[in-house]
Design a protein around this ligand. Sequence first.
Ligand SMILES: [Zn+2]
Length: 529
Amino acid sequence: MFNILLKNGLVCDGSGEKPFKGDVAIKDGKIAEVAVSIQSQAETILDVSGLVVSPAFIDMHSHSDRAYFHDDRCESKINQGVATEVIGQCGDSLFPRSQEQMTRLKNEGPEDKSEEGEHYQSKDFKSLRERAKADGHKMSTNLIQLIGHNSIRRGVVGLSGRASSSEENKLSAYLLDKNLEQGTWGLSLGLGYMPGIFSDINELVELGKVCCKHNVVITSHMRNEADLVHEAVDEMIRINRESGAAVHIAHLKISSTKRWGTADKLYEQIEKARQNGVAITADMYPYNASSTGITNVLPGWAMEGGSDETVRRLTKPGEERDKLYAHLCDRYPTKVEGDRVYVISTRGRYPEADDKTMGELSEELNLSVPDTIMRTLIETKCRADGIFYSMHEDDVAYLLSKDIAIGSDGVARPYDPAKNNGKPHPRAFGTFPRFLRLRREKNICPIETAIYRMTKKPAGIVGLKNRGLLAPSYIADITVFDESKVSDTATFKNPFQKPLGIVHVLMNGRFAIRDGCQTDERLGDYLLR
Ligand SMILES: [Zn+2]
């Protein structure tokens, strides 16, 4: 006797093979049988005719590291049909912290007090898990933890803008090795952020060798996603060639107006490398705007030493300030460019800028756009979040039609606006249903290919062996949705909206979402490699 039997669904098993009308049986948290017709009895039999039965989605690129400390429902993800998130991305994880950092944290508290969960910064992955468990935290999605390179480098090299020494590389490699031993799934680079921005190829290759030894992936927020994006991809290829570790490009995009229309060349570069034996993959989200810290408008060198130093460079008259001002004048000369930068939240530091584009604020203040950006950076101490309308929709559409995994780059968030900082990018609420809607409306790829890119493909990239496929003995993480209705409803103006068409989500064979409503179960946990 099975626990649950899903009958008459369109079974899309995650492999990329053609779907078929059939049944899926679940027993003891695992898939027991997948067949055209299963006659055995079950405690619960659900007729899912007219609906697609798929492995639950795996969010290849997530920033939910701190989300569950704040709200264990993980609403914006589970309601999209996502049961597993790959976190610790863009170089940032809550560990490892050095002894000195831990002491400072204990005495002074977290650096950024507005960030929930920041006091869970831990010396290693094991102690993070133990502390969270001891405090009784639960979660509603599974988390696959990567180790942030910037988190390692902060403790080993600090915030100075120099290459690391070979002694420092040895220490970083040791920390990486130790945390990989504890069940993490790979290394994430954040080469556009502090302090990874200052790392050279030697450092990355040394760490790549550790990843190769453990047979784990290196994901990367690349050094450049704009004018130098091809050079940035070349760097990823070189890391693979010289270290042997598989490399993965996070949130693949072209975010420079000068390069708009060249997505085909970018994809070709990656595809060619792959054909030449480079283990390289990528993920993306289906939106033409990105979202990150407001300092994204500045060049990398402005970040050396941390935000206080950046503010000093912006305020103190002199060569550095002039160079930064010239940079902003070059990138954001008029209201058109200013309107591509939208401030989501200044976390109370400069409310005048909240929910406005830099173009709009410049008109209100009667200042030029570069002056408005300077003022906003200074008033917020460089700690505001923005949305950047920096991609061309044709480039996004082109990449969306290719063999690229789907990753939201978003945080599991509550639907209650009061529990969020400003208006986050709708990708946190809509990425997966949006991809399915665009697929349906624009015939981007067959449904089985779309499902593959949200299930087995990401599972393969991180080396997750028992999820992402509907096959006997796999964990019963399943999403059931209405292919004719599935849609995102979250917008930039109102992101806090539940998608349409996600009917059931099961995790370990239990209902996380049933008939479109989240249950009281908190079925997630850290998955250990
Ligand atoms: Zn990133």
